[in-house]
Design a protein around this ligand. Sequence first.
Ligand code: UTP
Length: 297
Amino acid sequence: MKNKITKAIFPVAGLGTRFLPATKSIPKEIMSLVDRPLIQYAIDEARAAGIKEFIFVTSRGKAALEDYFDHAPQLEAELKKKGKDDLLEEIKNTNMDSGAIAYIRQHKPLGLGHAVWCARRLIGNEPFAVILPDDIIAAEKPCLQQMVEAFAENPGNMVAAMEVPPERASAYGILDVKEDHGSLVSIKGMVEKPKTGEEPSNLAVIGRYLLTPQILKNLNLKQTGAGGEIQLTDAIAHEITENRPVYGYRFRGQRYDCGSKSGYLQATVSFALSRPELRDDLLGFLREVVNVEQAAQ
Ligand code: UTP
């Protein structure tokens, strides 16, 4: 098995029901933070981590996503004619080299584990990354790059981990910690969506994974778990029972759950505030809103 990670799976076949009716016709991943779709942040993070092959697991209604990564000759010609070089440069970042991107269909939304399994033939016998584009992570060093560097020192399955308050734990997969080494944590179990009070730690799994090809073999068993879905965390937890290493990685950065309305709005405000051309206007507006809200209380 080679040790360098050059392939990433982007599971984008979910129904995105929390954003209905918008997601009736727009894939969730095309929704934008300021002016860039969620998927562009995920691609940029993958590129920074050395990913060369991008595998999308899609479903019906995701055509806009495929178009997004295509060349747009007419638009590019028009921008060139008008001398809009900065926009041309932005557009170039969205283009993918021929052969660098692949689309696989998940015919039924049977769960994240199943979505990853759908890409098994494109992965073969090498470690790979999984990125959930609705988890957006603002970080000085991109999260996946931090993980790839940790993986080079400690090869083994690795999940991004984030501390959550106990009352939020039931929304996540939670790690059962064996040894805590600071940023790297070795784990002895994982529980998907534990009942409140039964969470084994405060460390939640979020949407970045580095996985060994054995995970795909575990997913071959197609066992269903929480919510009747084929869970990726179950396939990873199985490795622990076989005494193969599984790590949690406490990344440095701020994660936004853009799969939820509240997280998406918070990310929008935060990313807008980090743009110098928008910051002053937006700050002024936010102050006004807060004043009005406080006065009304
Ligand atoms: P979510 O749990 O956020 O589900 O999936 P969802 O369908 O996207 O959104 P809601 O809950 O209905 O609003 C987490 C990730 O796993 C992918 C999703 O596309 C998302 O990136 N996924 C989930 C699949 O690709 N296939 C599945 O069967 C389930």
